[in-house]
Design a protein around this ligand. Structure first.
Ligand SMILES: Nc1ncnc2c1ncn2[C@@H]1O[C@H](COP(=O)(O)OP(=O)(O)OP(=O)(O)O)[C@@H](O)[C@H]1O
Ligand SMILES: [Mg+2]
Length: 261
């Protein structure tokens, strides 16, 4: 059997405070290269915390993280600053709220994805190598942003277009893993499907391992090739799509309507 690209072992994440919150409770999971996984669950089930623990963003919220996470064989929670930079350079992270710099052009926003390759100083000076600039144009066209929009400020784009820029920026990293936290939650249903199809196609064409958090059961069932259900910080469901019973899937993951979720 192949080696997992990501292995999470007994992961517990606690947000401290007067009333500490155990956002993840003893989570175990293995993700294999090329998988397309949807993490599903109601609001507060721990989806964001899981993705944010994987690249150690959760530490920004002073979360206490216990257990082990191995990415590509590296012990993430024990990584040095240099190793962490290396790990993050291989992980494309996509946020619900797009995270584009509104006043900068679409192309520059995309080029940010090549920072690790180009170097920070050079990028500050706007001296991106020609090859990276061409890659950025190609990545943008690939996600459906036509050439004539690449010079526009990001502020002029629609939500769906901003999210495409976020994906193009992640692609520029040549990521081994894409983590997307509710990437379509702010979009209308049609645009949400367009964006989900971009993730699907990238995964199928390039084999980039992808984990997407979704709260919408319809999108979860439609796009997930493996679905992991979280509830109260625990994994309560983990199945390949071929083994999922469409009739009971919603209730299995989200509980009955009168349940607290
Ligand atoms: N920065 C934080 N400080 C304290 N508690 C937090 C913090 N972030 C999340 N939590 C708590 O941790 C739990 C899990 O939150 P998380 O954001 O991971 O859930 P989620 O499944 O992503 O929810 P949503 O669908 O609303 O985005 C919740 O109880 C939440 O209130
Ligand atoms: Mg969330």
């Amino acid at each position: 059997m192949a080696t997992p690209i990501l292995r999470v072992h007994n992961l517990t994440v606690i947000y401290p405070g007067v009333h500490p919150v155990k956002a993840l409770d003893n989570v175990n999971l293995e993700i294999y290269p090329g998988e397309f996984v949807v993490v599903a669950g109601v609001s507060g089930s721990g989806k964001s915390t899981l993705l944010r623990a994987i690249n150690r963003l959760a530490e920004n919220d002073h979360a206490r993280i216990e257990g082990e996470i191995y990415f590509d064989g590296i012990n993430v929670l024990k990584a040095s600053r240099r190793q962490l930079r290396e790990i993050r350079s291989h992980i494309g992270f996509i946020f619900q709220e797009y995270n584009v710099v509104e006043r900068l052009p679409v192309l520059t926003n995309t080029l940010v994805g090549s920072l690790a390759q180009v170097g920070f100083l050079r990028s500050l000076l706007g001296r991106f190598p020609k090859e990276q600039i061409e890659r950025a144009h190609r990545a943008l066209v690939r996600v459906g942003i036509p050439q004539h929009r690449h010079g526009d400020r990001a502020a002029r784009l629609s939500g769906g277009q901003k999210q495409r820029v976020g994906i193009a920026r992640a692609l520029l990293q040549r990521p081994k893993l894409i983590l997307a936290d509710e990437p379509v939650a702010s979009l209308d249903p049609i645009t949400a499907n367009v964006v989900m199809n971009i993730f699907k196609k990238i995964n199928e064409d390039e084999g980039i391992t992808t984990i997407v958090n979704l709260h919408d059961p319809v999108l979860t069932f439609k796009y997930g090739k493996r679905i992991i259900g979280l509830k109260g910080g625990r994994i309560i469901y983990d199945k390949p799509i071929s083994a999922i019973n469409r009739e009971t899937f919603e209730e299995d993951i989200y509980g009955t309507v009168d349940g607290e979720g």
